[in-house]
Design a protein around this ligand. Structure first.
Ligand SMILES: Nc1nc2c(ncn2[C@@H]2O[C@H](COP(=O)(O)OP(=O)(O)OP(=O)(O)O)[C@@H](O)[C@H]2O)c(=O)[nH]1
Ligand SMILES: [Zn+2]
Length: 349
């Protein structure tokens, strides 16, 4: 019997720094635990450290992996000098420059790679660093299976929770629609502008960017893109802006800021994400397709430079009649970011 509720409880436990058990592995999340919890979890100080393939690559541990499986998790032997602080440094590349790691570190075989991979996936869903202390056959109050995690991801429901008039600077006649999802505190929102006039709505999928949307960050193009999208939709007479709570392309605010710290060290957006153990783009545009569906719009014109958004919507049954480019002038701080979009993530700029 799969139980999505176990996965929900496990996400909560991870965020609070409590251990969970997946299959035969007991796992303590490094980011949210502390030395006292580690002592209780692993009194002998022998629990190895589970890392993502991306992080292991940087630590030159990837080539020691058992099977030559790409993206396979890596287990690092717990040498006696690997205390909580060292394990934290192993997990978090932000600290690499300040406290260069002194090895040697040794990879040990991962006995249940599927369970280990599921643990890393769950940490990412929780918006946390994918890194754990691991006890083979260890105990934890909360046990779940990989199937429970799948069930949790499949069970995500979306409903329209509220709608109201919302005059905005670019459109006095706009209407806001809020969607309830059980999986996160952030509610997705649609802003409907104008009225249907015989052609598909002009739609913008905007992923949340606290730094760009609210603080005027110059590191990206999100703020100006949001503003220009509202303006373009208003000018078109009929369209919808979907404000998706997928901060940092789905890795969450804290992890995006970790990526920014790596960018301060010279890595680009893509490498920063990879080094932290995340996908280059962790977003699922299925949620946007469902929102459009609930709004009765199955054919749209899409304002984007990102072909993955077009493909993601079409895969979920939304016809994209036209892709409308959405390019804004660069500034000295985001030139490199935009060049990376063009050169490495397939944006049509
Ligand atoms: N992980 C990560 N996310 C970033 C970074 N810079 C911006 N973001 C996030 O990227 C998302 C912005 O993506 P969108 O505006 O949807 O744009 P896009 O996918 O590049 O495609 P367009 O539709 O062409 O604009 C937001 O969630 C930002 O928080 C970064 O350096 N790292
Ligand atoms: Zn941004």
């Amino acid at each position: 019997m799969t139980d999505a509720r176990q996965a929900a409880r496990a996400i909560d436990a991870l965020r609070r720094g409590w251990p969970i058990r997946i299959g035969s592995l007991a796992l303590l999340p490094i980011e949210t635990a502390d030395p006292v919890r580690l002592e209780t979890f692993d009194p002998e100080g022998a629990a190895p450290v589970l890392l993502s393939a991306g992080r292991a690559e940087t630590l030159k541990l990837a080539n020691q992996r058992e099977a030559a499986v790409p993206d396979a998790p890596v287990l690092v032997d717990r040498a006696p000098w690997v205390d909580f602080a060292v394990a934290t440094a192993l997990a978090d590349p932000q600290l690499d420059l300040a406290t260069p790691l002194k090895g040697p570190f040794r990879a040990v075989p991962v006995t249940s790679p599927a369970d280990a991979a599921a643990a890393l996936r769950l940490a990412r869903i929780a918006g946390m660093l994918p890194a754990f202390f691991v006890q083979e056959d260890g105990a934890a109050e909360l046990t779940l299976s990989t199937a429970d995690i799948d069930a949790h991801e499949d069970a995500i429901r979306l409903t329209i929770a509220a709608r109201a008039r919302l005059p905005v600077a670019h459109a006095e006649d706009a209407e806001i629609v809020a969607f309830r999802t059980p999986e996160g505190p952030g509610e997705h929102v649609a802003l409907l502008i104008g009225a249907p006039q015989g052609q598909p709505p002009l739609v913008r999928l905007h992923s949340e960017c606290l730094t760009g949307d609210a603080l005027g960050s110059l590191k990206c193009d999100c703020g100006p893109q949001l503003d220009a999208a509202l303006k373009a939709i208003a000018a078109s007479g009929w369209g919808i802006l979907l404000y998706l709570r997928q901060e940092g392309r789905g890795i969450g605010l804290v992890n995006k800021l970790r990526a920014y710290a790596l960018q301060d060290q010279g890595f680009d957006t893509v490498d920063a994400n990879t080094r932290l153990g995340f996908a280059i783009d962790a977003r699922d545009f299925g949620v946007a397709a469902r929102m459009l569906d609930l709004l009765g719009q199955r054919e749209i014109r899409l304002l984007t430079n990102n072909p993955n958004k077009v493909a993601g919507l079409e895969a979920r049954g939304i016809a994209v009649a036209e892709r409308v480019p959405h390019f804004l002038p660069t500034n000295p701080h985001n030139e490199h970011y935009l060049a990376t979009k063009r050169d490495r993530t397939g944006h049509q700029l």
